[in-house]
Design a protein around this ligand. Sequence first.
Ligand code: COA
Length: 270
Amino acid sequence: MMKLETVVVEQHDKVAVVTLNRPDKRNAMSPQLHLDMVEVLEALRDRPDINVVVITGSDPAFCAGMDLKEFFLANREDNTRFEKAYRAAVEWRGRTLRYYPKVTIAMINGDCFGGAFSIVEGADLAIAANEARLGLSEINFKIFPGGSVSKSLANLLRPRDALFYGLTGRPFDGVEAARIGLVNYSVPKAELKQNVMELAAEIGSKDGEALRATKDGYRLSLEMSWEASMDYTLAKQDQLTLRQRGAWQDQGIGNFLDKKYKPGLGSLDS
Ligand code: COA
């Protein structure tokens, strides 16, 4: 469907699979990869035929974090170029993903280090292979989780876990990632793709506007007072009704009252 220098996009029904594609460099994020991700996310954001975006890496790695050579060293003497790459790096993982109008799932198929944690945290859901290796390796090369990574850790992990792994730089596996809440769950690598695609298809079959409102309602309410959130979600409900032309009332509730399905047990189509 779309092939850029460092990223490939495929579509399966309402699910887009975005693959970081620098396997020889373990999908480390070069400046070009950041620019490609900005372009891909921009291209997919308004597509009505897509409800879910899965982000993964070309085997064997998910993403080895920032490209230590091309991101940090190549632009060492050129602040303007570095800041351009830095801005793209921080924006797509830290802001674009968080408020993205599609549901996003990080599928951690292999190595996931440093800056890759911000992809995981920016995505709404994350599923890892049991065998994946993850780590906050920054301390091991005499730096700290900078850019958007420190904020991602603060958003997602318990203080003890964030500091333990940040201070030791010890690698851990997908099972441990699930235990500390970095990912939703982990499965054997051999089952990962099928598992995640089934999950994505399940979510993708729901109403796109309702999915978006679910994300916005959660993420934006986190930053609001109770009063602001009540007003926001009421306004959001009116927006949803308008955009869906009342589908949640007419079909959603209507089909329940006509005894066609029980929403407590699944969607009408599931
Ligand atoms: N930046 C730049 N290049 C990287 C990279 C990174 N973050 N991670 C891996 N690569 C490159 C290696 O330099 C090597 O390139 P080469 O073949 O041209 O020499 C290639 O990818 C394969 O890496 P290699 O170390 O041989 O693979 P491995 O499977 O044995 O180990 C890692 C994989 C990820 C454990 C190891 O490469 C590593 O520790 N990378 C750094 C991870 C890191 O600290 N990331 C945080 C950055 S914020």
